[in-house]
Design a protein around this ligand. Structure first.
Ligand code: SER
Length: 320
């Protein structure tokens, strides 16, 4: 067992619930302290604490108490929620990160923080979007992520904080319910398809967005955390990519499982504007070169896992 000890903030969210499970498996249950800011799931096995990254004294006490070596701050508002509550997004996404970096500086902690393809904006090249390019985000979510990336790099350059970050594409998992993100339609669609054979999509049928199956995102996170510091050449955030699809292409894949499924489109202008400002495909060659990133799951496999996972959840709900 390795001796690293992790404090995972946002441990019960979309990424956190799967990442904490994998960290516990690799490093041991006592090496992972899971932090949630509202409720802790009753069935959680391991060390779990209620605290908020917006209260850094609370987090500092946990770092000392549990002798933490790595802080993973996953607490974040996604894109659609950030437009509804820009102040909340600014606080959680950016001030929360600043608190994390200050703690890392004080206690010499390694840091992981998630960025997103949302850092790119309408002026960014849309296809095979390079690691370094024009980055002028127009959403609150994107700008907190971009400013956060620069803050990470600043703490690394000025104080040597060992911070690592990934620009996740839309993440697809079936274990957590869909939330308020632009790419979340690609989770909602499965629920509606399985329950009603029908889905009303808020995006245009040809909206092509970068996506990834959650297990790949978790593998990438574990891998970048485990890489020797000298190999991490980018201290803002690494581009990360698996595949892209449009709502129309996804609907066709779902139709293979449910031949009667049909999709209709009722465009939500706010969500469509966000999606239109993001890239369609991503060049993640730096992650591949620097620390050996390679995705395992393609579009077909992801759809099939999502379909059977969500079908089981719905069947179980129907039993009660
Ligand atoms: N999946 C996120 C969202 O849609 C983007 O990182 O908000």
């Amino acid at each position: 067992m390795k001796k690293e000890k992790f404090l995972v903030i946002g441990a019960f969210g979309q990424i956190g619930s799967e990442l904490t499970a994998v960290l516990k498996r690799i490093y041991g249950e006592n090496q992972v302290v899971a932090v949630g800011h509202t409720t802790i799931p009753e069935d959680y096995q391991g060390i779990a604490v209620k605290a908020s990254i917006l209260n850094p004294e609370e987090i500092a006490a946990l770092v000392k108490k549990f002798q933490i070596t790595t802080i993973i701050n996953l607490a974040s508002f996604l894109s659609v929620k950030s437009e509804i509550d820009p102040d909340g997004a600014f606080a959680t996404n950016l001030l929360g990160l600043k608190n994390t970096l200050d703690l890392a500086k004080e206690f010499h902690l390694k840091v992981f923080w998630p960025s997103s393809i949302a850092v790119f904006g309408p002026t960014t090249p849309k296809n095979n979007t390079p690691q370094s390019t024009i980055i002028e985000p127009t959403t609150m979510y994107g700008l907190t992520k971009r400013a956060g990336e620069l803050l990470c790099q600043y703490y690394f350059l000025k104080w040597g904080v060992d911070v690592r970050s990934l620009r996740y594409p839309g993440l697809l998992d079936y274990k957590t319910p869909p939330s308020q993100g632009t790419t979340e339609y690609a989770k909602w669609i499965f629920y509606e398809a399985i329950k009603k054979n029908l889905y009303q999509c808020p995006l245009r049928e040809d909206t092509n967005l970068p996506m990834m199956y959650m297990e790949d995102a978790i593998l990438a996170t574990i891998k970048i955390l485990d890489t020797q510091a000298k190999k991490i050449k980018i201290r803002t955030s690494y581009n990360l990519y698996a595949f892209s699809f449009t709502p129309k292409q996804l609907a066709l894949k779902i139709k293979k499982f449910l031949p009667d499924f049909s999709i209709s489109y009722k465009i939500n202008p706010q969500i469509q504007t966000i999606a239109d400002s993001w890239p369609q495909t991503i060049d993640d060659s730096k992650a591949r070169e620097d620390w050996g990133w390679q995705p395992k799951y393609d579009f077909d496999e992801t759809v099939s896992i999502m379909f059977s996972g969500i079908k089981k959840i719905i069947e179980k709900q129907n039993e009660y």
